[in-house]
Design a protein around this ligand. Structure first.
Ligand code: UD1
Length: 312
């Protein structure tokens, strides 16, 4: 199958690219390298440097492609509050360009990265796909609009669409060198460097941490399944972990006592987030199951190898 991955030089996209290559598919990565890294792209994959808002470039790139895996996006909740117009431009306009170019090039399917942030402030109950969305940040709002766009293209314009609502994806290649990076990469890098860890709020907030290779395997499965019209599916483990428990586990793996600094809660932060994985299990027959300890060890190994190049 010919698969094109937008954002395929980034953390999640490049892991998907690797697994698609291993499964024998013909892979092209499309990325503007703002946060992605060319070195992440598998050697046997094609590479096109381009922006997802550049329709002309997309139309050329999508010729002959069977499946587009759309991962390119700006992804930080606090960053989206600071720059709501910039986020709209990349995430909403960019995704519309991807869907419309896919339609015009007769791409059979688009698998789109969505987010658990759509569920909003959060309760301790596991979030189900049919729950009413309550986006609490421009980022979450952008992704909800992407899902609506995908539903329209899937149900009315003949492009099969599958939206994967990622919970908190972590693992190697998630860059820690930005205040907007994911918490696992930030905490892993700071612990490695023996720096204090900032906890926003009480630290009792929970997240469903899902290992990037499990996510990539699931997305590959959605490229390969036979039929789809439009679908929305949670990708998580179904297991909540508090921030304090996460930091404890990282400290235990490194045999180091974390030094914590408490700060006020972060604007737009969701208190609790955990996936109901019933639909995921029904569609794929499997739920991400990499143990957190194992995935965190791999992440710490990767951060350890990159720590010299990281400026926190
Ligand atoms: C993350 C993703 C988002 C995804 C969502 C799905 C990133 C950057 N964001 O958002 O794209 O859609 O999961 O659930 O990967 N925290 C600290 N100290 C820090 C950094 C973070 O206490 O130094 C806290 C935050 O306040 C938050 C939690 O850790 O409560 C997780 O933060 P973060 O990794 O940024 O993820 P989300 O906001 O959940």
């Amino acid at each position: 199958m010919r698969i094109l991955i937008t954002g395929g030089a980034g953390f999640i996209g490049s892991t998907i690219a690797e697994q698609c290559v291993s499964a024998g598919h013909d892979v092209t990565v499309y990325d503007n390298l703002t946060t992605g890294n060319r070195a992440n792209v598998p050697a046997t994959a094609g590479f096109i440097e381009g922006d997802i808002r550049d329709s002309d470039r997309l139309l050329k790139a999508f010729k002959g492609i069977d499946v587009v895996v759309h991962q390119a996006a700006r992804v930080s909740v606090p960053d989206s509050i600071a720059d709501p117009v910039g986020f709209w431009d990349v995430n909403v306009v960019g995704t519309r360009c991807v869907l419309e170019s896919a339609r015009r090039c007769q791409v059979r399917r688009v698998v789109l990265a969505s987010t658990a942030a759509i569920y909003g402030p959060g309760s301790l109950d596991a979030a189900r796909e049919e729950d009413a969305p309550r986006p609490a940040s421009p980022y979450a709002d952008n992704k909800l609009l992407n899902e609506l766009d995908a539903a329209y293209y899937g149900q009315h314009l003949g492009v099969e669409t599958i939206c994967t609502r990622y919970f908190n994806v972590y693992g190697p290649r998630q860059r820690p060198d930005s205040p907007y990076a994911g918490v696992v990469s930030i905490m892993s890098a700071k612990l490695r460097l023996n720096e204090p860890l900032t906890i926003f709020g009480t630290g009792q907030q929970t997240r469903d941490f899902v290992y990037v290779e499990d996510v990539a395997r699931t997305v590959l499965g959605f490229c390969e399944i036979r039929n789809a019209v439009h679908d929305v599916i949670n990708i998580g483990t179904g297991e909540p972990t508090s921030l304090l428990a996460l930091v404890d586990t990282l400290g235990r793996i490194l045999d180091r006592e974390p030094r914590l600094v408490h700060a006020g809660p972060r604007p737009g932060d969701v208190l609790h987030s955990v996936a109901n994985v019933t639909r995921l299990a029904a569609r794929t027959g499997a739920v991400p199951a990499t143990p957190l300890d194992w995935g965190l060890s791999r992440t710490l190994d990767w951060i350890g190898g990159s720590v010299g190049q990281i400026a926190l």
